[in-house]
Every structure is written in C-alpha cells, then in structure tokens.
Design a protein around this ligand. Structure first.
Ligand code: GLU
Length: 299
C-alpha cells in the first residue's frame, strides 16, 4: 500500500491494441507523458490486450514502435494484461469474499430487451439469486447504494450514485475479465499515482474508485483530457476509421496534439526536428492551459 501524496508521481498510458496509434490516442499518450515528465515523474506503458476478439494482430508492437519513433520513451517493462489473469482472478476472489459478486444468467439481448432509451442498464434480475433453471453466464458486482466522487484536475468535481450504472460485469460470459477490474488491479500493481486519459473514460471512473476502495488500494488522482472528434462529431477511434499517425509526420502530429491541448506552440514548430520539438515541449508544458471541455472537434 502506498500513499498518493508522498509518492513520486507515476503516470501511465494504457492503449488497447485494436489498431495503430491515431491522433486521439496520441493526445492521451502525449498528455500523460508530459504531465509525468514535467513533474519529474515516471511514465509507464501498459498494453490492454485483454479482449482478443477485438485485437488486431501486430497492433501492440506497432503502437510501441510508434511511441518510440515519436520520442515517447517509457520507464520499466511494458505490462501486458494478457499475462495478468492470475492477478485478476485473485482480485475477483477478494471481491467474492466481501460478498460483492453474484452470478448472472442474463444474455446481453435479454437485458437490452428490458431497457428503454440509450445505454443498457441491468435491471437486477439475478441480484437475489439465479432464477430457476438459469445457468450462470457472467459475474456481476453488487453496486451498493452509494454516492462517490472525486476532484478531477481538469473537469472539476464529479459525483455519481453508483446504482445509476447498475450492477456491472466483472467477468464476462466468455470468461474474460472486464476492463473495469483489470485497469484497477493493474494501476495498483504498477503503483500509478496519476491517471491522465480521455474524458470518454470519465464515465467509468466512479466504478473504478469503488473497486479501488473495495480491494483496499490507494486512490489515484485523475485528469481527464478532452476527446478529439472528427468532422462528423464522432470520437476518433478505430471504429470511426481514424487515420494512423506515422513516424514520418511525428513532429507535425505532436505539434497538432499540443495545440489541441491548448499549449502555446510557437509558429513553425511543425517543421522542427524531433529533438527540437522535445526541447521546446518539455519545459513549456502547462497543464493549466488544457481546455476543460470533454469533447473538441478537430475540423
Ligand atoms: N485501454 C483503454 C483505452 O484504450 C484506456 C484505459 C485507461 O486509460 O484507463 O481506451
């Protein structure tokens, strides 16, 4: 166990290898890197290869090579979630012993059928035991009626009642551990003090804080960066066909990412050499200048 306040800053970038690095993921990499380095902190990389059906062969290596080509050098060994199943299983058992886990027999289709509007909310069908004749498919966390909150360094105070997110899945029907569990176990294992990531994950943070508390881990600080949108107002992602960033255009992509993050980029920096870019970026990073919106268009 460690105390966040007295520990040296340790940040991380945790990409999912579902495709190459694009402008959206570059923003998360650069923002977390500069926030760490400007505080003389460490910066770790964790490959979130937890969900093989969604992964693209070669994407993990491709992301790492791109980070290096951009000068985003990490500390320590890269952690791979695909090698961490024992740790997730142990955490799951700890939650089970605390009475926080129950088996659920519902399929996704059944839950969707019972939900109106957007977002699927689990109605709690199996909360008090599997209905007769049903077999367990997934394991869910029994969310207590609790309000949780945190002070995001950029987005301000965020508060949420846990039941609004309903009882969420911890181990999926296909046997894979859920992102929510893995991320919390790994941030604790890696001794992360500060999480800088996209605001699309704000929605998960209170659930993750609840898991941190339930597992007895120290709290982390959070800074949720604005998320880049394409011309159709969609988040840049593999699904929306965001183009890959390429080493050949490292400096112009990094410069554009700095502008996106509200930094005072000198004119002509996009034409500089990579080393000159970093000579400017490292001492001039001002996290206070990041716009505190959750979404920003890039066109
Ligand atoms: N692997 C997640 C993603 O690519 C990020 C997880 C995190 O930063 O907590 O969206």
């Amino acid at each position: 166990m460690y105390a966040t306040s007295s520990k040296r800053y340790r940040g991380r970038f945790a990409p999912s290898p579902t495709g190459p690095l694009h402008f959206g993921s570059l923003i998360a990499a650069l923002g977390s890197f500069l926030d760490a380095r400007s505080r003389a902190g460490e910066w770790l990389v964790r490959m979130e290869d937890l969900d093989p059906p969604r992964e693209v062969k070669g994407a993990a290596d491709d992301i790492l090579r791109t980070l290096e080509a951009f000068g985003l050098y990490w500390d320590n060994e890269v952690m791979y979630q695909s090698q961490r199943h024992d740790a997730y299983q142990q955490a799951l058992e700890q939650l089970e012993q605390a009475g926080l886990i129950y088996p659920c027999g519902c399929s996704r289709r059944e839950i969707q059928k019972n939900t109106s509007g957007s977002g699927t909310v689990y109605p709690g069908t199996c909360r008090n035991g599997l209905p007769q004749g049903r077999k367990a498919r997934s394991l869910r966390l029994r969310a207590p009626d609790l309000e949780l909150g945190f002070a995001d360094r950029l987005q301000g105070d965020i508060r949420e009642r846990l039941p609004e997110k309903s009882d969420f899945v911890i181990r999926r029907a296909d046997g894979l551990f859920a992102y929510q569990l893995a991320v919390v176990v790994d941030d604790a294992e890696q001794g992360i003090t500060d999480i800088v990531r996209g605001a699309d994950l704000l929605d998960s943070t209170c659930r993750q804080i609840f898991l941190q508390q339930s597992l007895g881990y120290a709290r982390t600080r959070y800074l949720h960066l604005p998320v880049a949108l394409n011309e159709n107002g969609e988040k840049l992602s593999k699904q929306t066909r965001a183009p890959a960033v390429t080493p050949r255009q490292a400096v112009s992509s990094l410069t554009a990412a700095m502008r996106f993050l509200g930094q005072r980029v000198p004119e002509g920096l996009e034409d500089a050499q990579l080393a000159d870019f970093w000579d400017w970026a490292l001492p001039n990073w001002e996290s206070e200048r990041i716009p505190n919106s959750r979404l920003i268009g890039t066109h």
